[in-house]
Ligand binder design. Structure first.
Ligand SMILES: *Cc1c(COP(=O)(O)O)cnc(C)c1O
Length: 355
């Protein structure tokens, strides 16, 4: 039976990405060698990483003066690399979920952290508004999509200081004004590639302004200077990322991805809002188009595990909500076809009719 993969991360990848990567694992670029056993400095792999960098720049319209890096360590390593490289005295952070909390914790090791607003008191079910970012902050950090809670900031905030964003779970789902950012980072395993690589888009002129010594591997300048080849980069995830980037371009680029994402999210939220049994958990105006979080209404609560089981019989996997929210989470990243979302909606309707 066809599986409909709603896992939050690692998550669904396009068939194009999986198939091309599998082919290269067997025979990479006609070398007669596996992608897993070639030198990262070979001309064939150098071409891969250079094309991937160029495609990120093209798809996100990255202006001159920025570098695209492919690093290890996950988005979680960026929680410390960002303040290590950018925080001189004070940084401003928006606390919108678990990942933001983790980023704040790391930043506090490097200087003063002004948490300008938090939605913690409401279990991060909305994005705070009306906060003030101090003009003297070195940067303002936010999480564009809160994977666990299903809230999203689908805009580049207007503040007087440079932006830094964790876009792990919604990069390539909308056009971004990169010129407002010092750093954008995203772990690959939500919307791009298998786990193991993190995309970092960094403004070169933002680097070199902190007093502290930075260990070589944690200094963005090391990787800028060496084109992400200071040490051995995660070759296989980078190759897979290149396939996904080509696929996005072939489909029509980021605007087209956004159009599809908005359409998929709209039909699923409509189904939730018109249901007697299910109810969304995120504030309407902040709803994520990547992670759709919902629960059963109080009077149906005891049916939650039965629905997960029922959905399983339709090939639907990965819809159990994160333990801190409960209920369900349908992650509908770029690679998720609309037809799979429709299978979920049909399952919800059928289950509701049966009970
Ligand atoms: C998954 C996720 C992370 C953590 O990524 P790792 O690569 O596991 O470190 C951080 N931020 C967001 C928004 C995420 O969705």
């Amino acid at each position: 039976m066809k599986k409909h993969n709603f896992y939050a991360g690692p998550s669904i990848l396009s068939e194009y990405t999986i198939k091309n990567t599998a082919d290269a694992v067997l025979n990479f670029a006609g070398t007669g060698l596996s992608l897993m056993e070639i030198s990262h400095r070979s001309k064939e792999f150098t071409a891969v990483i250079e094309e991937a960098q160029a495609l990120v720049k093209e798809l996100l319209e990255v202006p001159a003066g920025y570098e695209v890096l492919f690093l290890g360590g996950g988005a979680s390593l960026q929680f410390c690399m960002v303040p290590y490289n950018l925080l001189n005295k004070k940084a401003a952070y928006l606390e919108t979920g678990t990942w933001a909390v983790n980023a704040i914790k790391e930043a506090r090791l490097f200087g003063e952290v002004d948490v300008v607003a938090s939605s913690k008191e409401a279990n991060f079910s909305y994005i705070p508004k009306g906060y003030t970012v101090p003009d003297d902050a070195d940067y303002f950090h936010f999480t564009s999509n809160n994977t666990i809670y299903g809230t999203e900031m689908r805009f580049d905030p207007d503040v007087k200081v440079p932006l830094v964003a964790d876009m792990s779970s919604d990069i390539f789902s909308r056009p971004v004004d990169v010129s407002k950012y010092d750093v954008i980072y995203a772990g690959a395993q939500k919307n791009l590639a298998p786990a193991g690589v993190t995309i970092v888009i960094v403004k070169e002129s933002a680097l070199g302004h902190v007093e502290r010594a930075i260990p070589t591997m944690l200094d963005y300048r090391t990787h800028v200077k060496k084109g992400s080849m200071f040490n051995t980069p995660p070759c296989l995830p980078i190759y897979a990322a290149l396939q996904t980037l080509k696929y996005y371009k072939e489909l029509g680029g980021i605007k087209e991805m956004e159009r599809r994402d908005l359409e998929k999210a709209a039909i699923l939220y409509d189904a939730i809002d018109s249901s007697k049994m299910f109810v969304g958990t995120a504030a309407h105006e902040d709803r994520s188009i990547m992670n759709v979080c919902f629960v059963m209404k109080e009077e149906y609560k005891e049916l939650e595990s039965a629905f997960i089981e029922f959905a399983g019989t339709k090939g639907i996997v990965g819809i159990k909500g994160h333990r801190s929210v409960g209920g369900f989470r349908a992650s509908i990243y770029n690679a998720m076809p609309k037809s799979s979302v429709e299978v979920l909606i049909d399952a919800m309707k059928e289950f509701e009719k049966n009970h």
